[in-house]
Design a protein around this ligand. Structure first.
Ligand code: COA
Ligand code: AMP
Length: 625
């Protein structure tokens, strides 16, 4: 563990030296002379006097270096039956034109652009075009419904909204246009313009004020990259908050580019010219960091996959993509592997494909259970590498640094802490616990470059949500422990965030919606174990006194309500009517005890419980499948 330990020590003891070196991985208009500004602690900023353009780093510099003919994006879309490619030169051309189109709508440095797009190259083009102009994009995942989109429109107040006719799920078309219209009518803020990419699978749905993407791109004068301050925001990505209002995680330009260039090479061991496939969605942080920005900043070919791991056409879909594009390294969520394993337990379909180009499979987004780890390792014959991080950090906090120094893998652990992060395990009083003991996973401030500098427009919320519970530390919201070798074991969330098929959701937000149903007196939504999705939400509902509710009908109505208010991604399908919820004598619902049972944790039930039998009867329903 010499190289990793040495680099990590250097990053913590001499951060200026370490990050100045890493900063040389990217091209600057003004190389930063100051590495870290601590004057507004606990808010920190990296490379405060540096200037750069992220899009320039992702595209122009590779073309200028003679790599214009290298493939930048492979779009593989089994749901439309198509595969297409864009070279770096072609992508630059399209991005510059689309940036010109945005500029014609008045978009400039600091203006926000909301992007609600499926997994098509145009999603990346829109993101990069914003970066080119110094504008701030906010991508919203296609599985969210109109009210969630409206909440993001109001918070980010975008000048322009960029969308497509719709997304294509294996079983159905998702029409975006009606959803966008509803979201704009719900929102107090109204974007000036809406640019719509027409997809041939959909009827043309342009409204009278909409701008057709193809026409706008063709007519535009290409825009040059605008250098911005390293600390200027590149994007806002909303993530579930404990309250109904999602938190706008801000990402800056400089720290982001540096951390991604460093991590793709050192953590993922990916080199220029490699083919890299991250099977996530541009709506999530994995999509931002490792479908779009990191591979392009590093001159790598990135695969954008529009489809599911199974059923498009079968459970060999992933192996087909790996073989066809000679993928060198892949990143997905454990749930995707579990779903393949369920369909093809012996991985028989693998025999049809030559995946010999594959060096490593990276898994993240949720806990990698040892069974899935062993199955994937056994069948693929390459290292299967867990890595742990969050929307807020933007790049791995813990991983097995394949490019720096491959370390032994311990199933159940995402391995060791990455340079730049000073992770500690503390109790509720912020006191460190002994090695091996479980506690709250926190990170000593300052966080390294590329991590969130604040919540969009709300420094106070950043401080109260992340920096207050454990003074001097950033609270990750995860619990776990470090073993004697410095390997971390992440055991689960300490708050109401649940992880459904690698998607981060909050039960609190779902409860708020369920409680709005007219016959619901009170409810609790708990993440219960699911053998494929890891967790699924289950709503426990008590109906109002004197109301005779048909449980099946109520379930359908509650499910529909959550789909309409949050979106299908919430994946709430299980609603059980119960006579009572477990409570304390003062009437507080014992959600924590319910969660502990659901997660299989042995936690004492509070002595203030009103009637222990109520909790006892819910046990089988809390234990999942
Ligand atoms: N746009 C619109 N709807 C979407 C959507 C999108 N981008 N993504 C998901 N949905 C819908 C689905 O169609 C489904 O709707 P339904 O209830 O009407 O069937 C619902 O949201 C739930 O989707 P999901 O949780 O993805 O379940 P699934 O059964 O369709 O697929 C997996 C399950 C495991 C195959 C899929 O979630 C997957 O591939 N996940 C792993 C990769 C990943 O994206 N990880 C993210 C972080 S790395
Ligand atoms: P997101 O912000 O959507 O990336 O979700 C981040 C959360 O997912 C983390 O706080 C963890 O709870 C969970 N998570 C992500 N990766 C892992 C992992 N490798 N092991 C365990 N939990 C993970």
């Amino acid at each position: 563990m010499r190289r990793h330990a040495e680099e990590r020590r250097r990053s913590l003891e001499s951060p200026v030296e370490f990050w100045t070196e890493a900063a040389a991985l990217i091209d600057w208009d003004v190389f930063p002379s100051t590495v870290l500004d601590t004057s507004k602690a606990p808010l920190y900023s990296w490379f405060p006097d540096g200037r750069l353009n992220t899009c320039f780093n992702a595209l122009d510099r590779h073309v200028a270096a003679g790599h214009g003919e290298r493939i930048a994006i492979i779009h593989d879309s089994p749901v439309t039956g198509s595969v297409s490619t864009l070279t770096y030169a072609a992508l630059l051309n399209r991005v510059a034109h689309f940036a010109g189109a945005l500029r014609e709508q008045g978009v400039g440095v600091g203006d926000r652009v909301l992007i609600y797009m499926p997994m098509v190259p145009e999603a990346a083009i829109a993101m990069l075009a914003c970066a080119r102009l110094g504008a701030v994009h906010s991508v919203v995942f296609g599985g969210f419904a109109a009210p969630e989109l409206a909440a993001r429109i109001d918070d980010a107040s975008p000048k322009v909204l960029v969308t497509a006719s719709g997304g294509i799920e294996p079983t159905h078309l998702v029409h975006y246009r009606p959803m966008v219209t509803e979201a704009i009518s719900l929102a107090a803020h109204k974007p000036d313009a809406c640019i719509v990419l027409h997809r041939p699978q959909f009827e043309s749905e342009l409204g009278p004020k909409d701008i057709d993407w193809a026409t706008a791109e063709a007519a535009a004068t290409p825009a040059e990259a605008v250098p911005v301050k390293a600390t200027d925001p590149l994007y806002i990505l909303y993530t579930s908050g404990t309250t109904g209002k999602p938190k706008g995680v801000v990402r800056d330009n400089g720290g982001h580019a540096v951390s991604l260039a460093w991590s793709l090479a050192h953590v993922y061991g990916v080199r220029p010219g490699d083919v890299w496939w991250s099977a996530s969605d541009v709506g999530w942080v994995v999509g931002h960091s490792y479908i779009v920005y990191a591979p392009l900043i590093c001159g790598v070919t990135t695969v954008m996959y529009e489809g599911k791991p199974v059923g498009t056409p079968d459970a060999g879909a992933f192996w087909r993509v790996m073989a066809q594009h000679r993928v060198n390294a892949m990143f997905t969520a454990p749930t995707a592997i579990r779903v393949i394993r369920k369909e093809d337990p012996e991985a028989k379909l693998l025999a049809d494909y030559d995946i010999s180009a594959l060096r490593t499979l990276f898994l993240a987004g949720e806990r990698l259970d040892p069974e899935t780890y062993h199955w994937a390792t056994g069948h693929l014959g390459v290292p299967v590498v867990d890595n742990w991080w969050q929307t807020e950090t933007g790049w791995p906090v813990a991983a097995n640094p394949r490019g720096l120094e491959p370390l032994p893998i311990k199933p159940g652990s995402p391995s060791v802490i990455m340079p730049g992060y000073d992770v500690r395990i503390v109790d509720e009083n912020a006191v460190e616990v002994p090695t091996g003991a479980e506690g709250n996973i926190v990170i000593r401030l300052p966080l390294p470059p590329g991590t969130m500098p604040t919540v969009w427009g709300d420094d106070e919320r950043f401080v109260s949500a992340y920096l207050t519970a454990f003074p001097g530390y950033y609270a990750t919201g995860d619990g776990g422990y470090l073993d004697e070798d410095g390997y971390i074991f992440v055991m689960g969330r300490t708050d109401d965030v649940i992880n459904v098929a690698g998607h981060r959701l909050t039960t609190g937000a779902m409860e708020a919606v369920v409680a709005r149903h007219p016959v619901v007196a009170e409810c609790a939504v708990i993440g219960v174990r699911d053998s494929i999705k890891g967790q699924i939400p289950r709503a426990f509902v008590v109906v109002k006194t004197g109301v005779q509710a048909d449980p099946m009908l109520l379930r359908d109505e509650v499910v529909q309500l959550v789909r309409d208010e949050i979106g299908p991604v919430a994946a709430l399908k299980s609603v059980v009517v119960v006579p009572a919820l477990p409570k304390t004598r003062s009437g507080k619902i014992l959600r924590r005890s319910m969660r502990a049972i659901a997660e299989g944790r042995d936690e004492p039930v509070p002595s203030t419980i009103e009637d222990p039998r109520v909790l006892e009867t819910l046990k089988p329903l809390l234990q999942g499948d």
